[in-house]
Design a protein around this ligand. Sequence first.
Ligand SMILES: Cc1ncc(COP(=O)(O)O)c(C=O)c1O
Length: 449
Amino acid sequence: MQITVESKLPRLVTALPGPNAKRVVEYDGKFMSPSYTREYQLVAKRGRGAIVEDVDGNTFLDFAAGIAVCATGHCHPKVVDAIQKQAAELIHMSGTDFFYESLPQLAERLVKTMPGAEAKRVFFGNSGTEAVEGAIKLARYTTKRDKIIAFYGCFHGRTLGALSLTASKATQRKGFGTMLGGIEHIPYPNAYRCAQGHTSETCGTEIIEQLENDIFKRLFDPADVAAIIIEPIQGEGGYIAAPLAFLQELQRICRKNGIMLIADEVQSGIGRTGKWWAYEHAGIEPDIITTAKGIASGMPLGAFIARESVMNWKAGSHGTTFGGNPVCIAAALATLDLVEGGYMENARRMGEYLFGKMADWTKKFKIIGEVRGRGLMIGVEIVRDQKTKEKAADLRTQIVNLAFRKGLLILSAGECTFRLSPPLLIDEEQADFAVRTLEECFREVEKSL
Ligand SMILES: Cc1ncc(COP(=O)(O)O)c(C=O)c1O
């Protein structure tokens, strides 16, 4: 069965993985780097909207969206059309050495999504990690300082600069030697596991105190700190939203000390939380913003954006061969049209709808610790016991795999959470299927305990 625009719900026609999937998985095992972390054996062939078809003709409802990337769904006709037209006209030129009009066009569109009166400038790269690398360099360059504060649990990428900021899983750093110097990690406020028993509004007060009273007095003079980098909503760390007051406090500290506040919006940006950027919920204006993933509906593009007075470096200070490739820019322009044209509002609305459906999960299922997030960035933490909050990574893995076997694609995040990061275009019928399927999974897992 080939999927069509009308296919909204999954249909399984073979046992999983099917025979063709098994063959590809075996083939892949012979040639591909063993560092990839596949949770289950989905072998994708084609996609349309929120549906993915595998090589055996099974279709799945995609609540993973290629790790929160396919914001406009798979192969949106307008994105495909933009890519095809651009590919037939000009595939590559390199914005580092030449001009093409779509570069400033996309830059202008991105800047317009951001609050703040000062003009802003944009640098395009190919990925999230490159955006973070660029942001680190820019913060160091503009402040002439080299220390950076980052947060436990945050993920910023895997190139060595970004990896030095990443403090998500030890395996991501193990074996790679000394990281970039001058980086200090501090706790990320997690209200569900707050040692001080704070609420989701007040959690993090002690972290701010620790930063100002310990780190800045005992480790670094704040005058040596180039940047504080934070994911306003931790992605890989488990879809944990920082309290809005915490983000506001970070901005206050940064402004007081001439430190660049970097918001890593690689996973949370481009409308996923119902606003262009997750930091907007806190009413703050970071100095540097990184973006990638959803920006070009699956084409490789990343960017960092900063006020004009911050991105004021000399020609040659930073460059790229491929970043901002015309085909990726065309896909991004089409993506922004769609996000602006309704998908961002749909993300807000469908987020509310899903949260409404999941509101009683902690009462209905004893393995659900917390349902959290914003818009279509939803995390569900799985515990062995709601009172002790013992983390149940094994049960989480069972749920992710069971969901796959029932036609729903989801991904793990953090130690014992799974995340829902569907394309921003999902509707009620698809949300209901996801909720129903997950509830079946919880029941099966609970029965086996
Ligand atoms: C917040 C955040 N920053 C950076 C990255 C790195 O992005 P990429 O995998 O495109 O290099 C990720 C990827 O998951 C991310 O979630």
